[in-house]
Design a protein around this ligand. Sequence first.
Ligand code: PSU
Ligand code: MN
Length: 308
Amino acid sequence: MSTPSPLRVAPEVAAALVAGTPVVALESTIFTHGLPRPRNLEVALDGEERVRAAGAVPATIGVHRGVPTVGLSAAQVEELSGDDAVTKASIRELALAAVTGASAGTTIAATAFLARAAGIDVFATGGLGGVHHGAAATFDESADLVAMARTSIVLVSSGAKAILDIAATLERFETLSVPIVGYRTDRYPGFYVADSGHPVPARLDTPAEIAALLRTHRALGATSGVLVANPIPTADQLDPAELDAVVRQAWADAHAAGVSGQATTPFLLDAIRRATGGRSLEANVALYRNNIALAVEVARELATQSAG
Ligand code: PSU
Ligand code: MN
């Protein structure tokens, strides 16, 4: 006997996919673990609203009471955003959450995985996971890396999170054969800042070209995702010189507190928020909105190109 799929796709999302209406996937770890309350809920619902206002359908993805869900309702988003018992699920925790009936925010890795299972082509987030500093000794690199190597989806982010070893992250994506394109930039973005200090391997200037890239990648039989690196608007970025010192201090605090594993990323983001008096939070929200806007345009192009 085979196990029926435990995945739930909201009727609105399923209908949009059938009709060729553009759909944009949104993750839930960003609001369950990445942003402080009550701002987390506000940002999550505002993100959905922006997708709708641009004429697309949002699919916020997470695990609600054991059900991996593509297209959480507003009530479900609210429940996940306010509950301390909600865990952080990467791909390996999905079945576990389903079996135990737990609620979980899904990381980029798990969100991309579920989005693809539902047939979604485009996903917007804030900052991508990657290789942590000291990974040569700790082996701590995000499951986002391997997931993007295996999942055929366009992910719009503002680069890897500033807390990461960016050079090592870019090397790993090269090894994993994941295309990375800068959107209207030659520099790889640095999450809270527009330039991480590293060049981006390639550049595209229009949503239509990005859509064509995914379609051509698939047509060649390539199975990885496509990373679109969309820089934070410079008016919204943090001071790059200040950020450097703040990130260093956040890491020192994490070591002193003995933080490791899944808790590392949320701890660092929160330490940076406190150290910048909340300005990193405003930057995070601004870049997330900017990524959602681009993701909608890419989803629209993909919907049009498939129809044609
Ligand atoms: N980007 C943000 N805020 C977040 C994250 C990314 O702006 O909270 C989350 C994403 O869900 C990402 C996860 O997948 O952090 C990476 O965690 P880790 O390094 O433990 O894999
Ligand atoms: Mn990790």
